[in-house]
Design a protein around this ligand. Structure first.
Ligand code: PAN
Ligand code: ZN
Length: 194
């Protein structure tokens, strides 16, 4: 019988667990909480004056990411809870900045725990897909697709995300190119434009 030789690294991580409240969509005792405010979103929305107004009105938190600290090395998986608050900038629905992964051949799983909206995805070749997000729905973001969450509802859009730890985030390309499609609420109706 062949037996593969198992080598154990010196920095072996001890197994661990955390509680995730699937009703509230919260992670107990995150190691780190990243907050993005309206003022961090300059240049992302179509109606800049509406964003300026929001910033002047108190610069509310736009979204938060609750993370565990895990080495950003091949073999590990990063996990977090992404919480995008509801609201509009003019008629445009609140959204995350969006990014490609630096190691662009890495995928990501989003399990939606609460709220409703879209995972907007695009490739550098111009393809664009808006995949619905709602409670109990999982969205698979394949390698090479930039991705951004968009909240079309009245409560926070909350997802549990898992992706390869070496992925990294490339925001620069999206900050300059944007996504080909945006989501608005006009006269009470959801619109994906253009
Ligand atoms: C998510 C996102 C999170 C925030 O964890 O980082 O939803 O969105 P932005 O990173 O676009 O600001 C993820 O996709 N990680 O890879
Ligand atoms: Zn990602």
């Amino acid at each position: 019988m062949n037996r593969a030789k198992v080598t154990i690294p010196n920095d072996l991580m001890h197994p661990w667990g955390i509680d995730i409240d699937l009703i509230e969509g919260t992670m107990c005792e995150p190691d780190r909480v990243l907050q993005r405010r309206a003022s961090d979103m300059r240049g992302y929305y179509q109606e800049e004056a509406a964003l300026d107004q929001l910033i002047a009105q108190g610069d509310p938190i736009h979204y938060e990411v609750f993370e565990k600290i895990i080495p950003e090395q091949y073999g590990h998986l990063l996990l977090c809870i992404s919480k995008l608050y509801p609201g509009r900038v003019g008629a445009e629905c609140f959204m995350t900045k969006g990014h490609y992964h630096v190691v662009s051949g890495t995928a990501e799983v989003y399990l939606c725990l609460r709220g409703q909206g879209y995972m907007m995805m695009k490739t550098a070749a111009g393809q664009s897909v808006a995949e619905p997000m709602r409670r109990h729905r999982m969205v698979y973001v394949p390698p090479h697709w930039a991705h951004r969450s968009i909240n079309t509802g009245a409560e926070p859009l909350i997802s549990f995300c898992v992706y390869p730890a070496e992925a990294g985030h490339n925001y620069g390309d999206i900050a300059t190119e944007g996504f080909p499609k945006r989501v608005f609420i006009r006269q009470g109706q959801e619109r994906i434009e253009p």
